[in-house]
Design a protein around this ligand. Structure first.
Ligand SMILES: N[C@@H](CCC(=O)N[C@@H](CS)C(=O)NCC(=O)O)C(=O)O
Length: 153
């Protein structure tokens, strides 16, 4: 198709997602794309989410994502239990860093969605369960739900 750009033109690794912002800047890597969108004033996300959100996001990316992937894909729970307990203690409520949805919630939601749907988050982690109810109740989050999905990490 004339004018169409192949993903390889945008990202030499051939991976999605890729964001092309209104100025034509190409952003790859999900976390960087979330940050780029948060910087757009119309996105409705806090531009300065604060140190709590940054710390939670570190836990998500460095601990939750690898542990969750191992547990779900390979049946090896490993460190997942302790990671979820640590995260539960960090929930400010209703969202991870407090009243506003921040980049921390967006980083956390895809993996936690998979874990909640498979009943892998213990009931005693009540803060996390309340968080999931809050996120799952957002119309914007519901729009991201698909009938079936596969992994992308
Ligand atoms: N670390 C990257 C991972 C991107 C990634 O693995 N994307 C997958 C789909 S979700 C992909 O493009 N796979 C195509 C392929 O491997 O050929 C990110 O978070 O954006």
């Amino acid at each position: 198709m004339a004018g169409a750009r192949l993903v390889y033109d945008l990202n030499p690794k051939g991976l999605v997602p890729v964001l092309v912002d209104p100025s034509g800047r190409v952003v790859v890597e999900s976390e960087d794309i979330v940050d780029a969108i948060a910087q757009q004033s119309s996105a409705g996300l806090s531009k300065a989410p604060g140190p709590d959100a940054a710390e939670i996001r570190r836990l998500i990316n460095q601990r939750l994502l690898p542990a969750g992937k191992k547990a779900k894909m390979f049946g090896q729970p490993g460190d997942l239990g302790p990671v979820l307990q640590d995260l539960d203690k960090m929930v400010a409520g209703p969202f991870l860093a407090g009243e506003e949805v921040t980049v921390a919630d967006i980083s956390a939601a895809p993996m936690l969605q998979r874990l909640f749907e498979d009943g892998m988050v213990p009931q005693e982690l009540t803060q996390l369960h309340s968080w999931w109810n809050a996120v799952n109740g957002l119309p914007s989050f519901q729009k991201t739900m698909v009938q079936s999905y596969w992994w992308w990490w």
